[in-house]
Design a binder for this molecule. Structure first.
Ligand SMILES: C[S@@+](CC[C@H](N)C(=O)[O-])C[C@H]1O[C@@H](n2cnc3c(N)ncnc32)[C@H](O)[C@@H]1O
Length: 282
């Protein structure tokens, strides 16, 4: 489908514009989000082409700001189709209702949702510190029927959709949506609780790492740590992330080892999103 779209757009766009549009192109439910060129006529033509190629898409938005603020949301401008930011997205056999203007949601995390879910053994307690509308939490609960997940988000609208998503996927008895700041909630309610902690908020990961350790059981456990890293062509972004995490945990006198560590995606020139699976051993 994507290849077909790229071929069609290639006939009307310069290679530069094509690569910008194409690399930013996301589909959430029946909504497509692109970084459109400034020229409004080209932007509308691209949007119409997308709707023609992908028959299930009913709306195309241009992303007109970076993902920003505490709630990690972005500004969207309608290019074509129905003017609604509410949609129903399917992933890994689960359904997610999401408002793409009011909450964070990225189909680019789908590989990570499943990768982490598949590591969970039969009966665990998980703390998801930055849960959004529940991507990791719902998929983990579905994949691992004896696992319980405390699922935190500071955005009241994301919390509301997360609650709804636990219900429509039938996991409301094992995913507990909590509204508030992850640090405050861990300190007041979730100390020494988890076998596993998820930290899918790269902007605050290093700052909140001691909180993730606090949420783990005293015997230790796993932290899935996401970060953004700058790296030149001579540097390894994963190693750079490992170095700063090692320094932070070393200062706290916490023993750890790294298991799977990888680049999740390229986020800009010389910028990467990385993930470290960290085993805390004491
Ligand atoms: C990148 S999104 C999470 C994506 C989500 N895990 C998924 O799989 O779709 C980060 C989330 O962290 C939330 N957030 C930001 N600061 C927070 C904090 N201090 N405590 C809890 N949640 C926070 C934002 O509202 C946002 O929904």
């Amino acid at each position: 489908m994507r290849v077909r779209l790229k071929e069609k757009l290639a006939t009307s766009l310069t290679p530069d514009v094509l690569s910008r549009v194409y690399s930013s192109f996301d589909i959430v439910g029946d909504i497509a989000i692109i970084k459109a060129p400034d020229n409004p006529d080209s932007a509308t033509a691209i949007a119409k082409q997308i709707m023609e190629t992908h028959k299930k898409i009913r709306t195309v938005f241009s992303q007109t700001s970076p993902v920003e603020g505490n709630h990690r949301t972005r500004k969207l401008t309608l290019l074509a189709g129905q003017n609604t930011t509410l949609t129903k997205h399917k992933e890994a056999g689960c359904i997610f209702i999401v408002d793409v203007a009011k909450c964070y949601f990225s189909p680019r995390l789908s590989h990570e949702h499943l990768r982490v879910a598949q590591q969970i053994s039969t009966k665990e307690t998980v703390v998801n510190m930055f849960a959004g509308v529940g991507g990791f939490s719902v998929i983990i609960a579905k994949t691992s029927p004896q696992t319980r997940i405390y699922s935190i988000d500071i955005n009241p609208i994301a919390h509301q959709f997360m609650t709804q998503n636990t219900q429509i996927n039938g996991v409301e008895n094992r995913v507990y949506p909590l509204l508030g700041d992850a640090k405050e909630l861990v300190e007041t309610q979730l100390q020494n609780t988890a076998n596993r902690v998820l930290m899918p908020l790269p902007e605050k990961a290093l700052q909140y790492l001691p909180t993730a350790v606090l949420a783990l059981k005293k015997t230790g456990g796993w932290i899935h740590y996401y970060d953004f890293e700058h790296a030149t062509s001579h540097e390894n972004p994963v190693e750079k992330t490992q170095q700063k995490v090692t320094e932070k945990l070393g200062n706290l006198d916490i023993k750890h080892r790294f298991e799977c560590c990888r680049i999740v995606r390229h986020t800009g020139p010389n910028w990467y999103q990385t993930v470290l699976d960290i085993q805390i051993t004491s």
